[in-house]
Design a protein around this ligand. Structure first.
Ligand code: 5GP
Length: 187
């Protein structure tokens, strides 16, 4: 089936070349599967999805379309990468959630878990407010890059330790609008 999305094989972003890595079809299929799992696991629990801005905005929006159980949504904003391709090693909280999460089932929604620094921080931060449970749902996981322990409950795709772009993920704030996921072309 043809798509109305612009789906090039390669893209250039801020002077760097990226090649296609995960297609729109693969993403759509995985979103459906994750939706099924979430509906089953949180039936009767009215979870609150907390999207981590900016990167998770497209993933969260797409996955929500497959969640059919009653639920709520809120956002938190963190910054750890700055405009570079490697982590700064520090987490800065730019916006906290507005919702009260005491006794609630929280699902943290992240674009990518790289070293685990941000997610490790987020999970601890959530537990300060005595939620009923905290689960983690990430679109991408760079397993080999893990430095900080974090339990990932829902993972869209395991990927190698390479810099990726698109579907919410940026390079120096550009490229978030790409409908597929691209990887830095080192060739
Ligand atoms: P961590 O704290 O796990 O090291 O990194 C998490 C954050 O770093 C992600 O939310 C994302 O903003 C950024 N990040 C990590 N790897 C990549 C990548 O390959 N591409 C992009 N665009 N951002 C990344």
């Amino acid at each position: 089936m043809s798509s109305h999305f612009y789906q090039p094989e390669t893209v250039t972003c801020n002077g760097e070349k990226f090649k296609l890595f995960i297609t729109k079809e693969q993403i759509d299929e995985r979103m459906k599967q994750l939706g099924v799992q979430l509906n089953r696991d949180f039936e009767g629990k009215k979870p609150i999805f907390i999207g981590i801005l900016n990167g998770a905005f497209i993933f969260l929006a797409d996955i929500m379309r497959h969640v059919t159980i009653p639920c709520e949504v809120d956002f938190m904003k963190l910054s750890s990468y700055g405009d570079e391709k490697v982590s700064s090693g520090q987490v800065t909280e730019l916006k906290h959630i507005d919702a009260k999460i005491e006794d609630r089932h929280v699902i943290l929604v992240e674009d990518i878990v790289d070293t685990g620094l941000s997610m490790n921080y987020m999970v601890k931060r959530m537990h300060e407010n005595n939620p009923a449970s905290v689960s983690v749902c990430t679109l991408l996981h760079k397993k080999v890059a893990t430095k900080y322990e974090v339990q990932l409950d829902y993972v869209g795709f395991e990927i190698p330790d390479a810099f990726v772009l698109g579907y919410g993920l940026d390079y120096a704030q550009e490229g978030r609008n790409l409908s597929q996921i691209y990887v830095l072309d080192k060739a």
